[in-house]
Design a protein around this ligand. Sequence first.
Ligand SMILES: N#Cc1c(-c2ccc3ccn(Cc4ccncc4)c3c2)n[nH]c1N
Length: 239
Amino acid sequence: MRIDVVTIFPEYLDPLRAALLGRAIERGLIEIGVRDLRDWTQDVHRAVDDAPYGGGPGMVMKPQIWGPALDEVCGDKTRLVVPTPAGRPFTQAMAHEFAAEEHLVFACGRYEGIDQRVIDDAARRMPVDEVSIGDYVLVGGEAAVLVMVEAVVRLLPGVLGNKLSAEQDSFSDGLLEGPSYTRPEVWRELAVPDVLRSGNHALVDRWRRDQALERTARRRPELIDRLPEGSLDKHDLRL
Ligand SMILES: N#Cc1c(-c2ccc3ccn(Cc4ccncc4)c3c2)n[nH]c1N
C-alpha cells in the first residue's frame, strides 16, 4: 500500500515515520509520502487560502492550489480521504476498507476547510470519502490523518507482531474489549481475576466474552443494538 498526505504542515506528519509505522516503512510493507501543498502555489506569498464567498469567519483553501496538487499526487488507483468535522464517522469497519486499498491520499485542510469544488471535482475521477474522527472540532486535518493512518496500517499483514492482536481488537467482533492484566498477581492489594490464572482456556474465553459484553452494555449500549443478527448466544443473553 502507498499512502500520500498533502498538507501545509508536513512536519506535523513526522510521527508517521516513528515506531510501528516507521518499521513497516523500513520493511517495505507500506510507502508513505508527505507533500507540502505550498509547492503548488505560484505567488510570492505562497497563498493557499482566501476569504469565503457569502462572508463569515475564517478563510477557505483555494481550489486553484488543491486541484493541481491532487491531479499530481492521485492516480488511477487512488482513494481520496478528506478529514472534516462534517464527515462520516471513521470506524474500524472503514479502517478495514481503507486497508484493502492500493493507494490512499489524505487531503489535510486547515482554516475553515477546502473549497467544496475540490472534493466534487475529485469525485468525478476517484472514490472520495469525507471522514470525521469524532464529534469535536480540531484546527486542521493532520491529527485526524495520524489517527486514521495508524488505524489502517496496523491492519496490514505483517505490521503487528502478533496476528491475533488485530483480530481481537475492540470492535473486531462489534464489542469493546474487556480488561487486560499482567504480572504481578497482586498489585497494591488488587489481584488478577482468578479465572485468568486457571489455565482453563474455555473458561478464560467465556470470562473475556462476558467482560466485553458487560463493558459494552455499560459504556456503549448502542453497539449492542448494532450487533449482527445471531451474534449473541444463549449464554450472552443471560447477562
Ligand atoms: N476529521 C476530522 C475533524 C476535524 C477537522 C478536519 C479537517 C479540518 C480542516 C480545517 N479544520 C478546522 C475546522 C473546519 C471547519 N469547522 C471548524 C474547524 C478541520 C477540522 N475537526 N474535528 C474532527 N473530528
